[in-house]
Design a protein around this ligand. Structure first.
Ligand SMILES: C[S@@+](CC[C@H](N)C(=O)[O-])C[C@H]1O[C@@H](n2cnc3c(N)ncnc32)[C@H](O)[C@@H]1O
Length: 199
C-alpha cells in the first residue's frame, strides 16, 4: 500500500500529504453536476473525505472507505465541521478485500486509488468491484496520466492501460483528459477520468 514508494500511513503521520487539498476535486464536482452519481455511493480510498462529504452535501447516501485510521479521523472531523443534514459514513477497510466486505453500491468513486495498485492487485481490486457494484452501476476512476512527467507522485497510467484492465462486463461510458489537483502542482497533475458502466 504505497504512493511513489511511500507508505500511506506514514505520509499521514508525517503531516499533510500532497493529495489532501481540503476541497473536492473539480472533476468530481463536474460529475455530480452531470448527474453521474446514484445512491448508494462508495468512495474508495476516500482519504480525508472531501469528495465523500461533498457527495453527502448534495444529498447522496455515501460511504467512504480508507485503510488509514488517521485519514478517517480527519474525514470525521471535517464532517462534524460541515454540519450536514445527512452525514457520510466512514469505514476502515481494505479496497483489495471488497469481495468479502458485504458492501453494495450503485456508484463507486475511485479518486487516485487505482493508480496506486500493482498489476496483480488491480485484478483482485476489479473482482472486488464486480462484487459490490450493482448491474448498470457506474465506476468513476480519476488517475494520474502518462502526460504527467513531474515528480513526486504515484505511478502514471495511459488511457489504454486503464480501460484494458477491465474485461467483459464493463463498458467505457466516457473518458476525458483532466487534472487532479494536489498541493505540489499549482496547475494540477495531468490525469484521466474514466467512467465505466457495469453490464
Ligand atoms: C492518493 S490518496 C487519495 C485520497 C482521496 N481519494 C483524494 O483524492 O483526496 C489514496 C488513498 O487511498 C488509501 N488507500 C491506499 N490503499 C488502500 C487500500 N488497499 N484500501 C483502502 N484505502 C487505501 C490511502 O490511505 C489514501 O488515503
Amino acid at each position: 500500500m504505497s504512493e511513489g514508494g511511500h507508505d500511506f500511513a506514514e505520509m499521514y503521520a508525517e503531516g499533510i500529504p500532497p493529495w489532501q487539498i481540503d476541497r473536492p476535486q473539480p472533476e468530481v464536482l463536474q460529475l455530480i453536476e452531470n448527474g453521474k452519481f446514484e445512491s448508494p455511493v462508495l468512495d474508495l480510498g476516500c482519504g480525508t473525505g472531501d469528495n465523500t462529504i461533498e457527495l453527502a452535501r448534495r444529498g447522496l447516501v455515501v460511504k467512504g472507505l480508507d485503510a488509514v485510521l488517521e485519514a478517517l479521523r480527519r474525514a470525521r472531523q471535517k464532517t462534524e465541521q460541515a454540519g450536514l443534514k445527512q452525514s457520510p459514513e466512514f469505514i476502515l477497510g481494505d479496497a483489495l478485500r471488497l469481495a468479502e466486505s458485504g458492501l453494495k453500491a450503485r456508484t463507486v468513486l475511485d479518486c487516485a486509488l487505482f493508480h496506486t495498485f500493482s498489476d496483480e492487485e488491480r485484478e483482485t481490486y476489479i473482482r472486488g468491484l464486480e462484487a459490490v457494484l450493482s448491474p448498470r452501476g457506474r465506476l468513476h476512476i480519476l488517475s494520474f496520466s502518462e502526460l504527467e512527467t513531474r515528480q513526486p507522485g504515484p505511478r502514471r497510467l495511459s488511457l489504454s492501460e486503464i480501460t484494458g484492465s477491465f474485461g467483459a462486463g464493463w463498458r467505457v461510458e466516457d473518458s476525458v483528459r483532466c487534472r487532479y489537483w494536489d498541493r505540489v502542482r499549482p496547475d494540477g497533475a495531468h490525469a484521466w477520468r474514466v467512467s465505466f458502466v457495469r453490464e
